[in-house]
Design a protein around this ligand. Structure first.
Ligand code: SF4
Length: 247
């Protein structure tokens, strides 16, 4: 059984105190750049991607330019992100489809985005939520781990997790909650979590049981319920993220 929405709100409020400005850590100036950067981030780090994209976008600034690129040249430019042959093929291919099917623009539509080569729901949600002003809830390994420990989800399937999490939060918060869970997973709730530092520990089944075993969300202690109420009133919900560019 998923956590009630009031508990979900309290958990987000507590996590947001750690990461008040949670956002994607990928650098981009428009939806095309974020789309390509997100594809390159698979099996890599945002930092590594941010190191290669300035040169990549200097040479191939838009979909039309990248659609006509030589694969070997793109491979050289993105080599440091790993899986460079696969990724070069994907970013050239998605650029060609953007040109042939969307006049070179990135569509603000989930179905159209996942139809692009190398683009899955996570990438599509990143671009929708951060660059196109459409609510999106990217689910990655950090979201899966942290949300499960907190009792927000009871699945390791990304699509089922997205369905469960989007049912718990208002659309306007989807991208912010996802960004917050991702940063929490990177900085505090890693594979070995730092529960002693975590502001959500009294709301967290994984920590409250002390047994490192998540309990059903409805089985929290009185202390946890009290803390949930306090956290709900303590922190205002984050507002929707307007589309913006950042570099
Ligand atoms: S209390 Fe521990 S397991 Fe729970 S969210 Fe915080 S860091 Fe993760």
């Amino acid at each position: 059984m998923p956590a009630p929405s009031r508990d979900a709100a309290a958990i987000f409020a507590a996590l947001a105190t750690h990461h008040p400005d949670a956002d994607t850590e990928l650098a981009f100036r428009n939806a095309f750049e974020l789309l390509v950067a997100t594809v390159l981030s698979a099996q890599s780090t945002d930092r590594r991607v941010n190191e290669v994209t300035p040169a990549l976008f200097a040479r191939y600034p838009d979909a039309r330019a990248l659609a006509g690129a030589d694969a070997a040249d793109v491979e050289l430019l993105i080599h440091a992100t790993g899986f460079f042959r696969q990724k070069a093929k994907a970013v050239i291919g998605l650029s060609q489809t953007l040109v042939s099917a969307h006049r070179g623009a990135v569509p603000a539509d989930m179905d159209a985005l996942v139809a692009l080569p190398g683009v899955g729901r996570k990438t599509a949600n990143v671009v929708l939520g951060h660059a196109l002003g459409v609510p999106g809830f990217p689910v990655d390994r950090h979201v899966l781990r942290v949300a499960a420990r907190l009792g927000l989800i009871h699945t390791d399937d990304p699509v089922k997790a997205e369905t469960a999490l989007t049912a718990l939060y208002p659309k306007a918060q989807w991208t912010g909650v996802s960004d917050t869970l991702i940063l929490h997973g990177r900085r505090i709730c890693g594979p070995t979590p730092s529960c002693d530092l975590c502001h959500a520990r009294q709301l967290c089944p994984y920590a409250v049981t002390g047994a490192r075993k998540a309990r059903p969300a409805g089985a929290r202690t009185t202390k946890a319920r009290t803390s949930a109420k306090a956290a709900t009133t303590a922190t205002a919900a984050k507002a929707a993220k307007p589309p913006r560019a950042r570099r």
